[in-house]
Design a protein around this ligand. Structure first.
Ligand SMILES: Nc1nc2c(c(=O)[nH]1)N[C@H]1C(S)=C(S)[C@@H](COP(=O)(O)O)O[C@H]1N2
Ligand SMILES: [Mo]
Length: 440
C-alpha cells in the first residue's frame, strides 16, 4: 500500500473539502497547475503520466477512496465473515470491498451485510418448523412450514445478484443520505429455494392482487415490536418471475443467520430491500404495498432531473425497480503498488445490470481517453452477474487509474460521476476506478 499517506495534507483536504483541494490543484481552465501537479504526484505516490487527461474537479481514486490517515476503516469481526468494512453499527451494515468479490460465486463470508433493524437471535427450533403465512388477496390463505415448502414445491438453484438499492451512493456530490456504499453492496451467490410463483399459484391469486408485502422476524431498531424493521414488496409480475424465489439455502448450505436464516426472498436485479430476510409472511395486497420502506422517497427515484442538493417532493418520485448497470474490477485492490517494471496489467471483474444483461465492458488506464474492450462471459443464468477479463498496457512507471465501464442490453452505460442526483442516492453507478502505482 505504498501510495497511502504520502502527503497527509492533500489527502485530508480532498476528503474534507474537495472543492478547495480542486481549486488549489487545477487552474480555472481545469488544467493541473505546475506546482500542484507535483503536489498531487507526491500525494498519490508517483508521477502521473496521463495527468493531461484528468478532468477538472477530478478527485484521484487514491485520495477519494480508502483510508486517509486517521480515518482507518472499521473492519467487521464476525465468525464466518471476511474482512468487510463496517458502514454502521446500529443497524449493522457492512460492505464487501470490491477486491474481495473476485469469486464467480460469492461465498457466504463475502456476502455484504445490510440491516434496517436489529439482527434477531438465531432461530433455535428445527428450521423445518419455521412457518410462512401467505394471506391477503388469495383464494386460500396458506400457513406452510419450511418442511412443507420443501416437500410441496420443486426446488430451484440459481446464481443470483442481490444488490443494495444504495450501492454506489458514496459517489454522489453533494452527499446523498444513507449508508455511504462504494460498489460493494453486491453479491452473486447460488441460492436454492422454491419459486414464489409456485407458492402464489397454490394459494390462488385473486383478480385484485397487485403487489406483495413482505414481513420478517427482525425487531425494529426502537424495540417497538408492533413496527416492522422493513416491509417492502414487488409488483405481481416480478413476484411471478421464475427467478424470484423463497430461498432456504445458499451455496449448498443453510442461510447464515445474519443473511436471513432460515428463509428469505431473493428478488434478483431489484433493490436488495425487496429480498426480505427472516421471512415469515407474504401479504398479497390489492394496491401498491405501503409498508416500512415503501413510502416517501425511500427506494424511490425522481421522475425528472433534480437540481443536486434540492429538497425532494415525493410526488415526483417513482419506485426504484431494476438496478442500473454496474461493473467492478476485482483482481486488483484500490491502492495497490504493482511490481516495478510492470507494463501489462491483466484485469478481471464482474458486471451486471438489474433486469437486463451486459452487452459490453471497456477498460481505460488514461482517464477515459482510450478504451479497450473486455471479454465478457455469458451469465450462468438470467440475473447472474457476468465475469469479464481485459488487458491494459501502461507506458511507464507512475500513478494510474484503471477504469471500467459497462453497457447494458438497452444501451445504458456508466459515467465517471453518477448522474441524476437524488436525495437518497439511488441509481449511482459511477465507473469503478482502481488506483495503482508502478514504482520506478
Ligand atoms: N427482514 C429484513 N430483510 C431485509 C433487510 C432488513 O433490514 N430486514 N434489509 C434488506 C436490504 S436493504 C438489503 S440490501 C438486503 C441485504 O441482505 P444481506 O444482509 O443478506 O446482504 O436484505 C434486505 N432484507
Ligand atoms: Mo438495501
Amino acid at each position: 500500500m505504498g501510495m497511502r499517506s504520502k502527503e497527509r495534507g492533500l489527502f485530508e483536504l480532498y476528503r474534507d473539502d474537495p472543492e478547495r483541494a480542486d481549486a488549489l490543484v487545477f487552474n480555472r481552465r481545469g488544467i493541473l497547475k505546475g506546482g500542484a501537479l507535483a503536489a498531487m504526484g507526491a500525494a498519490v505516490g508517483g508521477a502521473i503520466p496521463f495527468s493531461g487527461n484528468m478532468p477538472s474537479g477530478f478527485i484521484p481514486a487514491a485520495l477519494a477512496q480508502g483510508a486517509a490517515a486517521g480515518a482507518a476503516p472499521k473492519i467487521l469481526k464476525m465468525d464466518g465473515k471476511a474482512d468487510l468494512v463496517i458502514l454502521g453499527d446500529k443497524p449493522l451494515v457492512a460492505e464487501t470491498p470490491e477486491h474481495l468479490l473476485n469469486d464467480d460465486i460469492t461465498p457466504n463470508d463475502k456476502i455484504f451485510v445490510r440491516n434496517n433493524g436489529m439482527v434477531p437471535d438465531a432461530f433455535a427450533g428445527d428450521p423445518n418448523s419455521w412457518a410462512l403465512t401467505i394471506d391477503g388477496e388469495v383464494n386460500t390463505p396458506l400457513k406452510l412450514t419450511l418442511g412443507e415448502l420443501k416437500q410441496k414445491f420443486k426446488p430451484v438453484t440459481y446464481a443470483l445478484q442481490m444488490e443494495c438499492g444504495g450501492n454506489g451512493r458514496a459517489a454522489f456530490e453533494p452527499k446523498a443520505s444513507g449508508n455511504q456504499w462504494g460498489n460493494g453492496a453486491i453479491c452473486n451467490a447460488r441460492w436454492t429455494g422454491v419459486r414464489l410463483k409456485d407458492v402464489l399459484q397454490a394459494a390462488g391469486l385473486k383478480p385484485g392482487a397487485v403487489y406483495t408485502g413482505h414481513y420478517g422476524a427482525d425487531p425494529h431498531l426502537s424495540g417497538d415490536t408492533s413496527k416492522p424493521a422493513l416491509s417492502r414488496g414487488v409488483p405481481i409480475a416480478k413476484a411471478m418471475d421464475d427467478h424470484t424465489i423463497i430461498a432456504f439455502a445458499v451455496n449448498g448450505g443453510p442461510i447464515p443467520n445474519i443473511h436471513g436464516h432460515p428463509l428469505r426472498i431473493i428478488a434478483p436485479g431489484w433493490p436488495g430491500s425487496t429480498s426480505q430476510k427472516w421471512l415469515n409472511r407474504i401479504w398479497i395486497r390489492d394496491k401498491e404495498h405501503d409498508g416500512q420502506g415503501m413510502t416517501g422517497t425511500s427506494y424511490r427515484v425522481p421522475i425528472k432531473p433534480m437540481v443536486p442538493g434540492d429538497k425532494a417532493d415525493p410526488k415526483n418520485f417513482r419506485i426504484l425497480e431494476s438496478m442500473p448497470v454496474r461493473s467492478i474490477i476485482t483482481n486488483i485492490a484500490n491502492g495497490t503498488e504493482l511490481k516495478a517494471g510492470t507494463r501489462l496489467v491483466g484485469l478481471r471483474g464482474h458486471a451486471w445490470a438489474g433486469e437486463h444483461s451486459v452487452s459490453d465492458v471497456q477498460v481505460s488506464a488514461d482517464y477515459g481517453q482510450t478504451w479497450r474492450k473486455a471479454k465478457v462471459a455469458k451469465p450462468a443464468n438470467k440475473y447472474a452477474w457476468q465475469t469479464w477479463t481485459a488487458e491494459l498496457t501502461l507506458p511507464s512507471e507512475g500513478y494510474y487509474e484503471l477504469w471500467v465501464k459497462a453497457t447494458d442490453s438497452t444501451g445504458r452505460s456508466q459515467g465517471h460521476a453518477p448522474g441524476h442526483w437524488n436525495p437518497q442516492g439511488y441509481n449511482g453507478n459511477a465507473m469503478h476506478r482502481v488506483a495503482v502505482l508502478v514504482p520506478a
